[in-house]
Write a protein that binds this ligand. Structure first.
Ligand code: HH2
Length: 264
């Protein structure tokens, strides 16, 4: 899954894609690099990010979704917490709703996901983006994240979503201590894959990678990002959400070839 952030303030690539032409060039490059799906977002969820209105979010994302849908080649995901944005994005051609609030943000999120019938990503976050890094506390981070996601999947099913449409995501960096929580959560990803839904992992360029490597800035976290992808693949993750599609796809191809040779 290639990331397309149409935001002025995303943590690693904010402000790069504020006009449609630049966004289209970037999106086409990610497809050429091997992305199976593009995740298009119009609101940053980094810690402390300012909320954006639904109208502004739609103004940012809909033209690109329409343009890419018209080209018709690659599935599209809308990264939003707002049901009205998801609804408009699906009408414009998106087939997946990636919701970092796990359908908790608005009272009609669950019903909207069921009604749209699209794939839906339920992500774990402790609290909300403005405050999530304030003081996260867990006794057993992987177990608590798995229990939360199992409950959100049950809620989605109860609202009428189809089981085969549901994806789970541990929410790396969302209300987690940089190393004290993100690392055991990654080490324990089997607790999530064991729930029986496909798992999406988003760790690309995130802060804990910099913390493990001399506070490297976001544009120097590629090696660490690839390492997380392979650690996730080894634990059964089905999809990774990344900025650097070409390098990630190559790493996964080589890893899969080694795994296949080992089991032949
Ligand atoms: N991470 C970010 C945004 N959306 N969605 C899912 N499912 N999983 C994630 O881990 C995830 C996500 C944050 O990264 P990014 O989009 O690069 O930055 P920003 O939120 O600042 O736009």
């Amino acid at each position: 899954m290639g990331i397309v952030n149409l935001t002025p303030d995303s943590f690693s690539d904010g402000g790069r894609l504020t006009d449609l032409d630049a966004a289209l060039v970037h999106a086409r490059q990610l497809i050429a690099d091997g992305a199976d799906i593009l995740d298009i977002g119009g609101e940053s969820t980094r810690p402390g990010a300012a909320p954006v209105s639904a109208e502004e979010e739609m103004r940012r994302v809909l033209p690109l979704i329409q343009a890419l849908a018209a080209e018709g080649r690659t599935p599209l995901s809308i990264d939003t917490m707002k049901p009205q944005v998801a609804r408009a994005a699906v009408a414009a051609g998106a087939g997946m709703w990636n919701d970092v609030s796990a359908l908790r943000f608005a009272p009609d999120s669950l019903a909207t996901a069921a009604e749209l019938g699209c794939d839906v990503v339920l992500m774990h976050m402790l609290g909300e983006p403005r405050t999530m890094q304030a003081e996260p506390v867990y006794a057993d981070v992987a177990g608590e994240v798995a229990a939360f996601l199992a409950a959100r999947a049950e809620a989605a099913l109860a609202a009428g979503a189809a089981r085969e449409r549901i994806w789970l995501d541990p929410g790396i960096g969302f209300g987690k201590h940089l190393t004290g929580h993100n690392l055991p959560l990654l080490a324990g990803l089997e607790r999530l894959t064991a729930l029986g839904y496909p798992v999406l992992l988003g760790a690309s360029r995130k802060a804990f990678i910099g913390r493990l490597d001399g506070d490297a800035p976001p544009d120097q976290r590629l090696g660490g990002s690839v390492a997380v992808t392979l650690a996730g693949a080894a634990r059964g993750v089905a999809m990774v959400r990344v900025h650097d599609v070409r390098e990630t796809a190559q790493a996964l191809k080589v890893w899969a070839a080694i795994e296949a040779a080992g089991s032949a």
